[in-house]
Design a protein around this ligand. Structure first.
Ligand SMILES: [Zn+2]
Length: 453
């Protein structure tokens, strides 16, 4: 047994315990309560000689940061994660979602995938670097932050505003990619290099109130909104494959059969794409709709409010649109598009609530190459493909400040990707111990290869 294998036996125990302990600290956001988890990690790291900061953006909203100094001869690397999780309804789960129980080779609980497992892995990487006394070219920074699930206002966004130097780094490893797609005995690992913009837009419909018994005498704002929502529902933005998405689709297809290659080629054709996706949907609804969302900007009504009383015709109605823009499309372009759909409806206002532009990092970097090399060492027959996620992560805030960010939470496909994605904010979230250890080893090897002297 080589030394790495021996060490992995201990690592296995330690990383399982870390994850279990983190799951048992309930950091459901809101309210978050990440400070307890941040202090727990600080305690562990300080025992091994790390200097830790727990920065609180508000009472209970803790962000943990620590760093290993490098010689300055290379770029700095931030290992980023978030400590908060989304709510879990225990009645729907087969186990207590905050138990961190080990069963059937898995660690179960809210955050097991998104993303306390990666918190545990990154903490483990820091400990191993320190224990090994490895000399580093650049600083390696660990930040386990608050509030990602609610937009990062009490976490990364706040840190960038109040303590920018604490997490500033040339490169960032975060969640958002790293899952492998098994195709014909090969493993294609995704690396998230881009994410769509997150734009929340309020539309308000006006009208004239009246009695519900004489509707014709009033002007019903709910009916006006119904027209607006109907149009949004029937609208599809133009198909546009960004270079990253094009490369992703081509590389995944190139490992498949001829049939698959021909079909996917047609996805870049704006006229045919939706027909092809409809065909794909019969077999693989999750993949087809995932691709559809990668190929265009989407506009989804998510909230509608109108009316106050059973017998009053409402004079106001509002709706919220969750709009995800593809790289290359600005929030301004989006608002213009929405005005184009709704512009001729009278008494309708369109007002942005939050506009977050899409973000993208370059691929031709030493870190991207090291990710590919590391995986090839660990998983024979593997390759790496850049990937754009349709959802947002904290990487977008850091990309805006000039960091090169990759979503890379290494996971071998021991469950169908769709199932993993459903569990992440769903029921019976869990990670296999094998994957927990694999991810730790992959991240450790990557950091050593990238920044070890
Ligand atoms: Zn997450």
């Amino acid at each position: 047994m080589n030394s790495m294998a021996t060490r992995l036996l201990d690592v296995r125990k330690e990383v399982i315990t870390l994850l279990q302990d983190l799951i048992r600290i309930d950091t459901t956001n809101p309210p978050g309560n990440e400070a307890e988890a941040a202090k727990y990690l600080a305690g562990i790291l300080e025992r091994e000689g790390f200097d830790c900061m727990v920065l609180e953006s508000a009472p209970g909203r803790g962000n943990l940061i620590t760093r290993l100094k490098g010689s300055g001869g290379g770029p700095s690397l931030l290992l980023l994660s978030h400590l908060d999780v989304v709510a879990a309804n225990p009645e729907e789960w087969s186990v207590d979602p905050f138990s961190g129980v080990v069963r059937e080779g898995y660690v179960w609980g809210r955050g097991a995938l998104d993303m306390k497992s990666m918190v545990a892995q990154e903490v483990m990487v820091m400990r191993l670097l320190k224990r090994g006394g490895l000399r580093l070219k650049g600083d390696v920074i660990l930040a386990a932050t608050a509030d990602e699930e609610m937009g990062g206002g009490a976490g990364v966004r706040w840190l960038l505003e109040k303590h920018p130097d604490s997490i500033k780094a040339d490169y960032v490893i975060n969640e958002g990619g790293g899952y492998s797609i098994p195709i014909r005995g090969r493993h294609i690992f995704t690396v998230q290099v881009a994410e769509k913009g997150v734009n929340w837009i309020r539309i308000r419909a006006g009208g004239r109130p009246g009695h519900g018994s004489v509707p014709g005498a009033a002007d019903n704002a709910v009916l006006r909104m119904a027209e607006a929502i109907n149009r949004i529902g029937g609208h599809r933005s133009r198909i546009k494959a960004t270079p990253t998405v094009r490369r992703f689709i081509n590389e995944v297809a190139s490992k498949g059969g001829l049939h698959q290659r021909i079909l996917t080629g047609l996805l870049f054709n704006p006229v045919l794409a939706d027909h092809i996706l409809d065909l794909m949907k019969r077999r693989d609804p999750g993949i087809a709709e995932g691709l559809r969302a990668m190929l265009r900007t989407t506009i989804a009504p998510t909230i509608i409010r109108g009316g106050v009383k059973e017998n009053i015709i409402p004079s106001e109605c509002e709706a919220i649109l969750d709009c995800r823009t593809i790289p290359g499309q600005s929030s301004e372009d989006l608002i213009r598009e929405i005005k184009g759909i709704l512009g001729d409806i009278d008494k309708l206002e369109i007002e942005p609530i939050q506009l977050d532009e899409p973000s993208e990092s370059p691929i031709d970097t030493p870190l991207f190459n090291k990710i590919e090399e590391t995986l090839k060492e660990l998983v024979p027959n593997s390759s790496v493909v850049p990937f754009m996620s349709t959802g947002g992560t904290d990487s977008r805030h850091l990309r805006r400040r000039g960091s090169i960010c990759y979503g890379f939470h290494p996971l071998k496909a021991d469950m169908p990707l769709e199932k993993i994605q459903r569990m992440a904010h769903g029921v019976d979230e869990r990670i296999s111990i094998e994957n927990l250890v694999f991810g730790t080893e992959a991240l450790y090897r990557l950091v050593v290869a990238f920044t070890g002297e």
